[in-house]
Ligand binder design. Structure first.
Ligand SMILES: CC(=O)SCCNC(=O)CCNC(=O)[C@H](O)C(C)(C)COP(=O)(O)OP(=O)(O)OC[C@H]1O[C@@H](n2cnc3c(N)ncnc32)[C@H](O)[C@@H]1OP(=O)(O)O
Ligand SMILES: O=C([O-])CC(=O)C(=O)O
Length: 375
């Protein structure tokens, strides 16, 4: 088999199209959305501003941002038929499957009839996805039918409010804001590429987003934040974590939350979410999970030169905010839907169906054998 590092396995290193939305690793370890550095966005922007930037093509002025927030606040309600579907999904379901079904059902109820409706359809998804996951979660786990129309100014605060039945602290709302900004967009990652392939057939927006949710679900992509938490929660001290990690590496197991398909030395989102995880650890008086996470980071770098990607310190940050582990990846969806939709618009604006070729490695010529004569 060809050397993975130089082969095109997984389309690595090949350009599959152009985008004006994002650069990943262009300046070494940098990340930009429409030319803005991620560090600056995470420090100065509101997630809704970033959503506007991605979806409408420019930063909003104050009046535009106010109007956009008001619009999103007005789109948080769930149609009765969607509530009825969510109520059918058992508590044992994976929340990413709930997101996938929710997005798909919305496509049945509020079908995008023409591409002229794409902006409204994407704003609706952005506003309603937190309502979908929290409605299902609270109904299936607590037996309550929640009211999903809150007055919270931000998507992040709205999510936490629905989950806990009370408005979040300023710190938690701030961390959610940063987290949603960090997860919003990442060029031609697997889920976005899924959305673009779907868009290239001139399909509807809900189909593109539903497919993208399926791709994000896997532990090699968005599912890594949940998988990292499932691993970390087993360990009660940094020394125990180090022993276990060394054993996993010895057994050639993948360590979730480490490595990246594009970045080679670091993921710029890690330093940002790690800092917030540290603040949250201090806030809750943690003396285990954060030191364990830091030790895992150090051991992985020392042993393998592998660095934390965006998902690793998201695990502890969300845990410190008391968010159930199985809701970690759905939060990623609530953010990345902005990137997905922006890519769908971009694909539609200059479309050619995405249809690569394959290197055939099967038999040259097969001889037909009648069924009764086959082994
Ligand atoms: C938001 C996001 O989606 S970020 C990514 C989230 N995913 C994860 O955290 C899952 C764990 N990480 C991985 O599986 C990989 O690093 C991926 C999927 C992210 C990238 O995959 P690739 O581009 O194939 O990785 P890359 O070519 O850099 O791998 C080089 C070597 O390092 C190894 N490696 C990479 N990541 C890890 C890891 N997390 N743990 C152990 N070994 C690893 C690979 O197995 C490979 O070795 P091999 O050639 O002997 O198989
Ligand atoms: O770019 C990738 O391959 C995965 C990733 O980090 C993301 O989607 O945020």
């Amino acid at each position: 088999m060809a050397d993975k590092s130089v082969s095109s396995t997984g389309l690595r290193g090949q350009s599959a199209g152009s985008t004006a939305l994002c650069t990943v690793g262009k300046t070494g370890s940098g990340l930009t959305y429409r030319g803005f550095d991620i560090e600056e966005l995470a420090e100065k922007a509101r997630f809704e501003e970033v959503a506007y930037l991605l979806l409408k093509g420019k930063l909003p002025n104050q009046a535009e941002l106010d109007a956009y927030i008001t619009k999103l606040k007005g789109l948080r309600g769930l149609p009765q038929a969607l509530k009825a579907v969510l109520e059918q999904i058992p508590a044992s379901a994976h929340p990413m499957d709930v997101m996938r079904t929710g997005a798909s059902m919305l496509g049945n109820l509020e079908t995008e009839q023409s591409f002229d409706e794409q902006q409204d359809a994407s704003d609706r998804l952005l506003a309603v996805l937190p309502s979908i996951i929290c409605y299902w979660y609270r109904y299936s786990h607590e037996g309550v039918r929640i009211e999903t129309e809150t007055d919270d100014e931000s998507v992040g605060a709205h999510f936490l409010h629905l989950l806990r039945d009370e408005a979040p602290s300023e710190l938690h709302a701030r961390v959610m804001n940063v987290s949603l900004i960090l997860y919003a967009e990442h060029e031609f990652n697997a889920s976005t590429f899924t959305a673009r392939v779907c868009a290239s057939t001139l399909s509807d927006l809900h189909s593109c987003v539903t497919g993208a949710i399926g791709s994000l679900r896997g532990p090699l992509h968005g599912g890594a934040n949940e998988a990292a938490m499932a691993m970390l929660e087993n360990w009660t001290s940094p020394d125990e974590a180090e022993r276990e990690i060394l054993g996993m590496l010895e057994r050639k197991e993948k360590i979730m939350g480490f490595g990246h398909a594009i970045y080679r030395e670091s993921d710029p989102r890690n330093a940002i979410i790690k800092e917030w995880s540290k603040k949250l650890a201090a806030d809750v008086g943690d003396s285990v999970l954060y030191p364990v996470s830091e030790r895992v980071e150090a051991v992985m770098w020392r042993e393998k030169r592998l660095f934390c990607n965006a998902d690793f310190f998201h695990a502890s940050a969300y845990y410190f905010m008391d968010i159930p582990t199985k809701l970690f990846t759905p939060i990623f969806v609530c953010s990345r839907v902005t990137g997905w939709c922006a890519h769908v618009f971009e694909q539609r604006s200059n479309n050619r169906i995405i249809r690569p070729s394959a290197d055939y490695v099967g038999p040259e010529h097969s001889v037909w054998v009648p069924i009764e004569e086959r082994d």
